[in-house]
Design a protein around this ligand. Structure first.
Ligand code: AMP
Length: 548
């Protein structure tokens, strides 16, 4: 039609160009592994990103190629977000805490050709050299200078070089190529599903619209004067989109670097002027303890977002009353880019007394514009929005996955275009959602997934074990931890430590069940299926109760 708007595709490189052009004084501060800091402005970051883009092109990286990262929140990872997407390739972020076999699977599934790895995470890749080569990886770039490249046997299989050497001498400007906004920019695997981890592929359009939406005042509401510290790892759903949404408004970033501890975070908050931050509840519990112990001066107002797992009810009250820090609860998923719900006031509750409002942060919140939710029962019928009726939350919108990468497992997607979250919720008449259960048999410990099925399979492979079930037991620090219930074979014996030892070397240490309960039998349905819900009802408080 004549006389309409320009058709200009939304491209991720525009975000950095914008920040670099109009927010020249805003900064990106990174905490290095040794505790020192490095500060760049957005124009400096864009210059380094241009160098990276030239280096990638020189190595023949073409549009659509996946490039893997095992990296923490730092400026080089930020540069990869933009440099890789800027040349049309796909930045595939990998969680270094996954077990080796899962990492090997993910790298092969994505067909990564280059891997960029934090020096601290080199030991994760060390045993995988031949496997990586076999799956198509040819280059390993260590995120640092030459002096950060450790001695490694990986050179037998791969070219190994430092990031600074890779980009050195490349031009610091570039005419960013343009792409269809529906092309992919990044890939993130979720293990929050049964079976192998599944890839979720994000487009330019999805991450930019998600950025606009999360920057609305009733969501993260970032402004140019803000200093945002994403503690949520950049390997976990694009760090909740902050690497895109903060520069989109010209906000400064503080990136807490590799494996940050509560003391590091409190130090960064107190000394870099952080005004906004986001992390999983376990992190905030640690920060709260640290604040109580050290009572640092925090002159600036600070807002924090809790998400990724349920916000313990006392957190909002404690942060507010003891430190004048504002807490909001958010919900999201890898499949939803990730943000969908945010717990902020609205007209109905604008005068709700503060104590009541703080307590209400146990709810995940209300939808932001762009996503649509519905809550359905087993037959697919919508349940009443009365704050009590429960059902599975379905979601749709321009930043919600339409399928998994390589289109496996379509069970999670309905024929009429909804994604099944697997979260069981209530919705009240004002549109606030609260998660009450999960349809998936998975455990979320400190914001990271543990597969109960994988743990059950290992348990039943033990010669003395007849039947086993693993459930998510509530935990004061980690939100949930795996609890194993075991039925022994007739005439066989085994004690707790023997069963726990059985897991060593078979899964990451943090996957190993916290406790083992020996039972004579487990409940089953009429068709012989294990009745996990009954086990959960009976034992979900087992760890909390026994810790007291
Ligand atoms: P992930 O894809 O790893 O980000 O995990 C998404 C899942 O984490 C959701 O489906 C929920 O089960 C859980 N989750 C995320 N945010 C929250 C929250 N605020 N409260 C409770 N569970 C949450």
């Amino acid at each position: 039609m004549k006389g309409l708007m320009q058709r200009r595709d939304l491209n991720v490189s525009d975000i950095l160009r914008f920040a670099s052009k109009y927010h020249t004084q805003a900064t990106v501060t990174t905490r290095r592994a040794d505790g020192s800091r490095v500060v760049y402005t957005y124009p400096e970051i864009e210059a380094r990103v241009a160098q990276l883009a030239h280096a990638l092109r020189r190595r023949g990286i073409a549009a659509g190629t996946c490039i893997g990262t095992l990296a923490w929140n730092d400026h080089r990872h930020l540069e990869l977000y933009y440099g890789v997407a800027g040349v049309g390739a796909i930045c595939h972020t990998i969680n270094p805490r996954l077990f080796r076999e899962q990492i090997a699977y993910i790298v092969a599934d994505a067909s990564d050709t280059m891997l960029f790895v934090d020096p601290l995470e080199m030991p994760v890749l060390e045993p995988l050299g031949a496997e990586l080569k076999g799956s198509g990886v040819n280059t390993l770039v260590v995120l640092g200078a030459d002096s950060d490249v450790p001695q490694t046997a990986l050179t037998t299989h791969l070219e190994v070089l430092s990031y600074e050497t890779l980009i050195a001498g490349e031009p610091t400007t570039i005419d960013w190529p343009r792409f269809d906004e529906n092309e992919a920019v990044s890939l993130c695997y979720t293990s929050g599903t049964t079976g192998h981890p599944k890839g979720v592929l994000y487009s330019h359009r999805a991450v930019i619209l998600h950025g606009y939406s999360t920057n609305l005042p009733d969501f993260f509401g970032l402004r140019a004067v803000d200093v945002a510290m994403p503690v949520v790892p950049m390997f976990h759903v694009n760090g909740w989109g902050l690497p895109y949404s903060a520069p989109m408004v010209g906000a400064s970033l503080v990136l807490p670097g590799p494996r940050p501890q509560a003391a590091d975070l409190v130090d960064l908050i107190a000394t870099t002027g952080v005004t906004w931050s986001a992390a999983v509840p376990t992190v905030w519990l640690g920060v709260l303890e640290r604040l109580r112990a050290t009572r640092p001066a925090i002159p600036q107002p600070l807002r924090i977002t809790v998400g990724g797992a349920a916000c313990p009810p006392h957190i909002a009250t404690a942060f507010h009353n003891e430190f004048a820090i504002t807490v909001n609860h958010a919900w999201g998923m890898t499949e939803t880019t990730p943000c969908g719900l945010f717990n902020q006031r609205k007209i109905e509750n604008k005068d709700m007394p503060l104590a009541e409002w703080l307590a209400s942060q146990r709810r995940q919140g209300r939808p932001t514009f762009g996503v649509e939710m519905k809550v359905v029962d087993d037959t697919g019928a919508e349940v009443r929005a009365d704050g009590a009726s429960t059902g599975e939350m379905l979601i749709r919108g321009p930043w919600i996955a339409a399928a998994y990468f390589k289109s496996r497992s379509q069970d999670a997607f309905t024929a009429d275009g909804w994604f099944r979250t697997g979260d069981v919720v209530t919705q009240d008449a004002s549109g606030y959602f609260e998660i009450v259960d999960r349809t998936k048999d998975l455990i979320k410990s400190g914001g990271e997934w543990i597969s109960s099925i994988a743990l059950e399979n290992i348990a039943v492979a033990h010669p003395a074990v007849e039947e086993a079930v693993v459930i998510a037991a509530r935990h004061a620090k980690w939100d949930e931890r795996p609890l194993l219930l075991v039925v022994l074979k007739p005439g066989r014996t085994a004690d707790k430590s023997e069963i726990i030892d059985w897991y060593v070397g078979k899964v990451s240490r943090w996957w190993i069940p916290d406790d083992v309960v020996f039972v004579n039998e487990l409940p089953h349905t009429a068709t012989g299926k294990l009745l996990k819900s009954e086990v959960r009802n009976k034992y979900s408080d087992y760890i909390i109760t026994n810790a007291q």
